[in-house]
Design a protein around this ligand. Sequence first.
Ligand code: ZN
Ligand code: ZN
Length: 169
Amino acid sequence: MKLDGSCHCGKVRFSVESYGPVPYMRCYCSICRKTAGSGGYGINLSGQFDTLRIHGGEHAKSYQVEKRLTEHGAGAPEGEPSSALRAYCVACGTALWVYSPEWPELVHPFAGVIDTELPTPPETVHIMLDYKAPWVEVPSGAGHTHFPAYPEESLEAWHRRHGLWEGPE
Ligand SMILES: [Zn+2]
Ligand SMILES: [Zn+2]
């Protein structure tokens, strides 16, 4: 599924091919909730890094390693093995995606910046609950699964289990 995304002011636009486009996982860690989720959590989607196309990349920077983004390349520095880069628009501050050099084939756009209509998740997974802000209420009951930290299951495995994987077998 091709996802189109943009920041709020529109200076940065991008598209990326996603094999796992369901916005099912809410991360309550301090990084996600501060940079990409005032509701107390962020939602990352799975995208194929080599399909990421950025327009207006000169208006984007990445947080953690200060670096301008190129039209195709997302500013991933050589030799930075473990630091995730969180891209944002310098004009309006919108958080756009996170790229981790540890998984160089993937990029994770934040669900909130996607303009394409996303599928509705059949289940919501709540992760990093040990790090959530105390005021945040987490839904429970049928259709909600909870983890104190990271789950074992990857974004890909979750999509496959639900028959929602759109990538190669
Ligand atoms: Zn912007
Ligand atoms: Zn997080």
